[in-house]
Ligand binder design. Structure first.
Ligand SMILES: O=C(O)c1ccccc1NCC(=O)[C@H](O)[C@H](O)COP(=O)(O)O
Length: 193
């Protein structure tokens, strides 16, 4: 079954919709973004996911100590980092007990640096832009496809790339940063069809 991560939640009602659909992971964006969430706002939403989906803190432009502090303040066990500098950073996050998703842009070096999951995104995270799937040098291990996915192209993306998981943000929004319950349901149904 395709792994499904839905990203950029900030409100309880659409989060409940996603959790009721039994998705695998839910992203909370702490990076600068229209979807950025504060530590205080994230804490109760992360609590709501307990035992239902894996909550993932999403970071870009943060130092490892800053990531560790936010993860601890919010109660997160999993982080997605878009600019991991080295395997040393992954080791440091692991030492703190965190599971690490490494997000890279398509075309980057996909060689493992010890991360738990690899996510391949477009050139700008959260921009809702696809990339040239047919030019992918396929990683030989499981990975998550991201970047411009939506109801109309997610099945094509999975078929074209062989990804074992998908991640979406813009494609389940009615406007930038505003999650849409109907689009969430349609997206998940389409992946599982
Ligand atoms: O979503 C953002 O605005 C964002 C900003 C900075 C770093 C990461 C961000 N999102 C990470 C994600 O996992 C998104 O779901 C992924 O980039 C795909 O986004 P989209 O193309 O909008 O579906």
């Amino acid at each position: 079954m395709t792994f499904i991560k839905l990203c950029g939640f900030r409100d309880r009602s659409t989060l409940e919709v996603a959790l009721a659909l039994d998705v695998d992971a839910i992203g909370f964006v702490f990076a600068k973004s229209p979807r950025q969430i504060s530590v205080d706002a994230a804490r109760p939403l992360v609590e709501l996911t307990a035992g239902r989906a894996e909550p993932v803190g999403v970071f870009k432009g943060a130092t490892v100590p800053e990531i560790l502090q936010t993860a601890s303040d919010v109660g997160l066990k999993t982080v997605q980092v878009h600019d991991l500098a080295s395997g040393g950073d992954v080791e440091e996050l692991h030492r703190a007990g965190l599971t690490v998703y490494r997000a890279v842009s398509a075309g980057a070096d996909y060689t493992s640096i010890g991360e738990d999951r690899l996510l391949i995104d477009g050139s700008t995270a959260g921009a809702g832009e696809t990339w040239e799937w047919d030019r992918l040098d396929r990683p030989t291990r499981p990975w998550i496809l991201a970047g411009g996915l939506g109801v109309d192209n997610v099945r094509e993306g999975i078929a074209a790339t062989g990804a074992s998981g998908v991640d979406v943000s813009s494609g389940i929004e009615s406007s930038r940063g505003v999650k849409d319950a109907a689009l969430i349901e349609k997206f998940v149904t389409e992946v599982r069809r």
